[in-house]
Design a protein around this ligand. Structure first.
Ligand SMILES: NC(=O)c1ccc[n+]([C@@H]2O[C@H](COP(=O)([O-])OP(=O)(O)OC[C@H]3O[C@@H](n4cnc5c(N)ncnc54)[C@H](O)[C@@H]3O)[C@@H](O)[C@H]2O)c1
Length: 441
């Protein structure tokens, strides 16, 4: 079990930009082989690599292999790990070969969303634990398969909804659940980001040298290469992602769901979706969405604007838990309680309170995963929590795509009620030779 003081020390150094401090390297050398946790990374361009670095800030974690279908990025990342740790990870361009490594304990999935299911399920099937980035998968049905696989093969699966490890969010949840805000009526959520518009249209180009584009597409439909549909900006196309709704929506909706007494799949979802700014833009996904999720105890009210970057309380994104005694507003920078006033005395009904400067939580979420690999306890964001959060994002996207303002979801049967077009979007059609995984009962 890693020592918390050492961890905090190393993560501070990490945050300062120093990859691995001399003391951390020394601490790594003292770890016995039986205490080591051996991880591999699949998809190493951006977030996947960041998550790997948080793993390597823990002295007991070793990176044994890295895989990517873009050899330019792959070689760069392998060199970076070798420089930082003194050990060169093995190099793979096909994750199936990587999964043959016997010594591997866990796999980090940092690919675009359309690959999460295949890689995560294959890892479970060969007995590896999995840290899979959010959204858990690019469809409702694939999330289900992943949850089934984690259960069937008894694997630890941490979904990358790292806000669950953030101090500000945890304190906010505890305050809400303690009744400090009175009775919660609504959870208002907003996410306004300029990047939600996607890129301007550009022509197709030859596939960059060193990229296996057919493998990058994998189970998604075949098509000519366009940089807009590649690294980073793939998230604006249904074949690979779900736009701002699944990118930020999953994180923020997760914070509304986890204050529920019994976090549950949504049953009724009301969606308004339009495109306010699509002129010259290359994307499938919507830039303007408002979604209502009536829950047992309160209403979740989600307001999303791609192409804008200001929002309520002067914040581009946030969550407001609205109680009858006061409202708590939280985001990754902290929280603030805005008390209601007594109409007669004008006194605050509850105490005002503020927490500032609570930004990083990826490190804590990763540390939780590594601790659970050893203890076999459920992590902060187990598969069911990832599945439920992803449902809250996929349902409005499906509603918008099929033009339904209301969708009724029946979670036990995993079907929409009375909407065949919506049901047709529960699972993607995989392009051969890729096939949806099957999990024996
Ligand atoms: N938790 C967070 O805060 C957070 C933030 C950003 C992104 N993400 C998530 O992280 C994931 C990756 O996003 P990104 O922005 O890093 O994307 P990216 O496009 O920058 O990187 C993805 C990498 O995966 C590689 N890849 C694609 N298919 C592959 C395959 N079959 N095998 C091996 N490598 C493959 C690509 O070549 C690329 O290097 C997404 O699921 C995204 O939603 C999470």
């Amino acid at each position: 079990m890693h020592n918390r003081r050492n961890f905090l020390k190393s993560s501070t150094l990490f945050a300062g930009g120093l990859w691995l401090s001399p003391s951390l390297i020394q601490a790594r050398q003292k770890i016995s082989s039986s205490d080591q946790v051996r991880v591999a990374l699949v998809g190493c361009n951006n977030m996947g690599f960041s998550i790997l670095r948080h793993h390597l800030a823990l002295p007991e974690v070793e990176c044994v292999a890295i895989c990517d279908v873009d050899q330019n990025i792959l070689d760069k990342r392998i060199a970076e790990v070798e420089t930082a740790t003194g050990k060169k990870p093995q190099r793979f361009t096909d994750f199936r070969k990587l999964l043959e490594l016997k010594e591997l304990d866990a796999v980090i999935v940092g690919t675009p969303d359309h690959w999460h299911c295949l890689i995560a399920v294959a890892a479970c099937q060969v007995g590896k634990d999995v840290y899979v980035e959010k959204p858990m998968a690019n469809s409702i049905g694939e999330c289900d398969l992943m949850a089934q696989a984690a259960a069937k093969y008894n694997r630890i699966m941490q979904v990358g909804q790292q806000q669950r490890a953030g101090r500000g969010f945890i304190e906010a949840r505890d305050l809400v659940q303690s009744g400090a805000l009175g009775k919660i009526r609504k959870v208002n959520i907003w996410s306004n980001f300029n990047y939600g518009l996607g890129n301007m249209i550009v022509p197709e180009t030859p596939v960059p040298v060193g990229v296996d584009y057919d493998f990058w597409l994998g189970p998604a439909p075949s098509r000519a290469f366009n940089p807009n549909r590649f690294h980073g900006s793939w998230r604006h196309f249904w074949d690979y992602g779900g736009g701002l709704m699944s990118d930020w929506g999953v994180h923020l909706l997760d914070m509304a769901i986890w204050v529920e007494e019994e976090p549950a799949a949504p049953s009724r979802v009301l969606t308004y979706a339009r495109n306010a700014d699509k002129e010259g833009r290359d994307r499938d996904t919507f830039d303007t969405m408002n979604v209502l999720y009536p829950k047992k105890d309160f209403l979740i009210n989600y307001d999303m604007n791609g192409g804008l970057q200001t929002g309520p309380y002067g914040k581009p994104y946030g969550i407001a838990y609205v109680g009858d005694q006061g409202t708590l507003v939280v985001n990754r920078n902290g929280y603030e309680i805005y008390p209601e006033l007594d109409p007669t005395t004008k006194a605050n009904k509850i105490e005002a309170k503020k927490l500032e400067g609570t930004t990083e939580s990826h490190n804590l979420h990763v540390a939780n995963f590594v601790a659970c690999i050893k203890s076999r306890d459920q992590p902060n964001c187990p598969p069911e929590a990832g599945r439920i959060a992803a449902l809250h994002a996929h349902i409005p996207n499906i509603a918008a795509r099929v033009g339904a303002e209301e969708l009724i979801w029946d979670d036990p049967s995993r079907q929409f009620v009375g909407n065949a077009a919506a049901n047709a979007l529960i699972l993607p059609e995989y392009r051969t030779p890729w096939a949806l995984p099957t999990i024996p009962v």
